[in-house]
Design a protein around this ligand. Structure first.
Ligand SMILES: *[C@@H]1O[C@H](CO)[C@@H](O)[C@H](O)[C@H]1NC(C)=O
Ligand SMILES: *[C@@H]1O[C@H](CO)[C@@H](O)[C@H](O)[C@H]1NC(C)=O
Length: 501
């Protein structure tokens, strides 16, 4: 029997596919000839081109990304072999689809994070979905598609960016000439971000010391500055491509007159502002006729979704706070599950609680959590909506509970709260400080990093940073702390520990 022309064609093609893989430089000419034969013999309907994006794909750490790859002209690739690999990592396999199934035995860092869509394969779309992007995913990817008769590939460059924590400004005291020393710190960025200080006019101020530290794969930055002018607003801005997080420090008007007094008179309010959102929108409007539009919206969205991520990140440290009735002021009513707290004016029939040797707060309408912490990070959220006087935070185990206590960091309380509906209340040192707030939080997140000595408060709904105590030393167990003010509270709205996230 004489083999059919078709049969011969297939034979030559299979051989040439093998050869294109194994062509050494000496064999180039031979290979070329075979490839030309191949090109002539493969019927046009079996040839295809593999195409991918021409620009690098931007991926945000922690999120998912699609690496596009498809064949042109459109044909099903269900029966073909689709191999995603990393040519820059000695060709290590990212995802392999062969003989109608995924064959992922050799995936290492990509295990469980890659997915091809089978329906899309029928439409010639071999795009790879990569989940929970890591910084180490940055690099070059090859999409290789091979049929019985033909093969082609394309490469996709992936750039990863990780947006770090909102910058935290701390006051470092005064230098000999009366300048105010400020330090701004932010961590968790990739690649290295730019940190800059700006005065209230938006003029850049140069940092005195700059310190960049690279952890396993992310960067932390810390810059200091000494401010001599009477400037009531200093911004610390950390930028990475189209992402920007900014923190503002607002000094009280007598900040510089009072430089000889200790830092405790300096009132500090820190607000995280997302300007990139607005800028992105303006750019998007400006380019509304251009193809830039979709790109800018992409950045706008990724910025927004990042801001949500701050809370998402903190929520990973969630602890189950149950209020401890044994520490509660007698006028506080608690739900049976220990999750809600409200004030009720009750006539006390001289139950001897005052004389009792108990561990209750007797003047402040305060309660602690049952469980204390002496290591690691923890986070809890409280709904404060509708309540007009509240304080939240953490307290040291040994702290005094009886009488009119100065609830400040010296006596072992790290708190913030609300007064008269619109003022942020801080008891930083021996004096109490009130600040007017832009927005009234409905739900407040409290984050503590025990080792770093940091207590931060967040407005959960706007995902904005309210205030942080930094570089504290706790030295002993600390407990979640909730309070409805001093002696009485006109409003019976409950504070609720939130567990719905
Ligand atoms: C290809 O498939 C992916 C899902 O794997 C999808 O997100 C993408 O939109 C598809 N591309 C086209 C051009 O249909
Ligand atoms: C508590 O105060 C808020 C704000 O003034 C008010 O809307 C609410 O009705 C008050 N609730 C109670 C139970 O007094």
């Amino acid at each position: 029997m004489v083999p059919s022309i078709d049969y011969l064609d297939s034979f030559v093609n299979v051989v040439s596919v093998q050869l294109k893989h194994s062509c050494s430089s000496e064999m180039k000419l031979f290979c070329l000839i075979l490839l030309i034969i191949n090109g002539i013999t493969v019927s046009r309907s079996e040839q295809y081109e593999v195409v991918g994006p021409s620009d690098p794909v931007l991926a945000v750490a922690g999120e998912d990304v699609i690496l596009s790859c498809s064949v042109k002209p459109l044909m099903s690739v269900v029966d073909m072999r689709v191999e995603w690999s990393r040519p820059d990592l000695r060709g290590s396999v990212v995802h392999l689809y062969e003989e109608h199934e995924d064959k992922n035995t050799d995936q290492s860092q990509y295990r469980g994070r890659t997915k091809l869509n089978l329906q899309e394969l029928q439409r010639g779309n071999a795009s790879l979905k990569l989940s929970s992007v890591q910084v180490s995913d940055e690099g070059r990817y090859m999409c290789f598609i091979q049929s019985k008769f033909w093969f082609d590939d394309t490469t996709v460059d992936v750039k990863v960016e990780a947006v770090g924590s909102p910058p935290v400004i701390t006051v470092d005291g005064f230098d000999d000439s009366g300048g105010l020393r400020l330090q701004c710190e932010s961590e968790g960025w990739y690649p290295e971000p730019v940190l800059e200080w700006l005065d209230s006019e938006g003029v850049r101020l140069s940092s005195e010391t700059t310190d960049t530290h690279r952890g396993t794969d992310r960067f932390s930055v810390k810059h200091t500055i000494t401010v001599h002018h009477r400037d009531d607003k200093i911004h610390c801005r950390v930028k990475l491509r189209h992402h920007m997080l900014e923190t503002l420090i607002i000094g009280s008007s007598n900040m510089f007159n009072s430089w000889k007094t200790p830092v405790n008179l300096i009132s500090v309010i820190v607000v995280v502002i997302v300007i990139a959102g607005i800028a992105g929108l303006l750019i998007a409007v400006f380019f509304h006729k251009n193809r830039e539009l979709s790109r800018d919206f992409h950045f706008l969205q990724s910025q927004k979704s990042h801001i949500q991520d701050v809370i998402t990140y903190l929520r990973k440290h969630k602890v189950n706070v149950i209020l401890d009735a044994d520490t509660a002021h007698p006028h506080l009513i608690m739900s049976s599950d220990g999750k809600q707290l409200r004030y009720e004016e009750i006539r006390l029939e001289r139950v001897d609680w005052e004389e009792e040797q108990n561990d209750k707060f007797d003047k402040y309408l305060t309660v602690l959590g049952k469980e204390g912490f002496y290591t690691g990070c923890f986070y809890y959220e409280v709904q404060v909506k509708g309540q007009t006087v509240w304080d939240l935070g953490v307290a040291r185990e040994s702290t005094k509970k009886k009488g009119s206590i100065d609830m400040n960091i010296l006596s072992g309380y790290w708190t913030t709260g609300l007064r008269y509906e619109k003022y942020l209340h801080l008891s930083y040192d021996s004096s109490e400080v009130l600040f007017s707030m832009k927005t009234k939080p409905q739900r407040v997140g409290v984050f503590v990093d025990y080792e770093k000595g940091q207590v931060s408060f967040y407005d959960v709904d706007s995902s904005s940073h309210i205030y942080s105590y930094a570089d504290q030393s706790f030295n002993e167990k600390i407990y979640p702390f909730l309070s409805l003010g001093y002696k009485s509270n006109d409003n019976s709205t409950a504070l609720v520990i939130c567990d719905d996230y």
